[in-house]
Design a protein around this ligand. Structure first.
Ligand SMILES: CC(C)(COP(=O)(O)OP(=O)(O)OC[C@H]1O[C@@H](n2cnc3c(N)ncnc32)[C@H](O)[C@@H]1OP(=O)(O)O)[C@@H](O)C(=O)NCCC(=O)NCCS
Length: 144
């Protein structure tokens, strides 16, 4: 059974941050701990569970009026390109609609831009380089 919800137990939170670390930070040679930031206190956390395992994650931050930002989207390595990323993104979109958000923004890694284009996001402009190496692109999607 596939279920998307916020982690609850300590071990679920551990699995959630572990996936974030392994997919988004370790490949960039960043230390454990670098996968967390202050926004984790206020953000809305999404985890896709299948048979009690977390396979995909995302965080939704409410930024300014009616705008939300999706961050830390990741799918377990050996399970990419099987639709899990799309499922977790659609969950962030449904939640945004429910909260009256009119526009979602995100900063996509260069190699993920096409994934977001496929989901109806619009490419706006190059934004920052993460750790001085990984170019990101600002993208957005109107949702309400
Ligand atoms: C990028 C990522 C989140 C995509 O999730 P995924 O589960 O692999 O992608 P899905 O299987 O849900 O793909 C959904 C659609 O996008 C397409 N797609 C997925 N990744 C793509 C890519 N890098 N380029 C082009 N198209 C892509 C798929 O073909 C699929 O198309 P379809 O709906 O027409 O069949 C995932 O591969 C990942 O975690 N990558 C490493 C970490 C990362 O880059 N995170 C994003 C940081 S901004």
């Amino acid at each position: 059974m596939v279920e998307i919800r916020t982690p609850i137990t300590e071990s679920e939170w551990e699995a959630y941050y572990d996936l974030r670390f392994r997919v988004l930070r370790e490949p960039l040679n960043q230390p454990r701990g670098s996968e967390k930031n202050e926004g984790d206190q206020t953000g809305i956390h999404f985890a896709l569970f299948e048979n009690n395992n977390i396979l995909a994650i995302a965080r939704l931050d409410l930024t300014e009026d009616n705008v939300a930002q999706v961050r830390f989207v990741a799918v377990e390595f050996n399970l990419q390109n099987q639709g899990y990323g799309k499922k977790i993104m659609l969950a962030t979109e449904a939640k945004s609609k429910e909260l009256g958000v009119s526009r979602i923004i995100l900063h996509a890694r260069d190699y993920a831009v096409d994934f977001y284009l496929n989901l109806g996001y619009r490419l706006i402009e190059p934004s920052y380089k993460l750790f001085d190496v990984l170019q990101h692109f600002l993208m957005d999607k109107k949702v309400n």
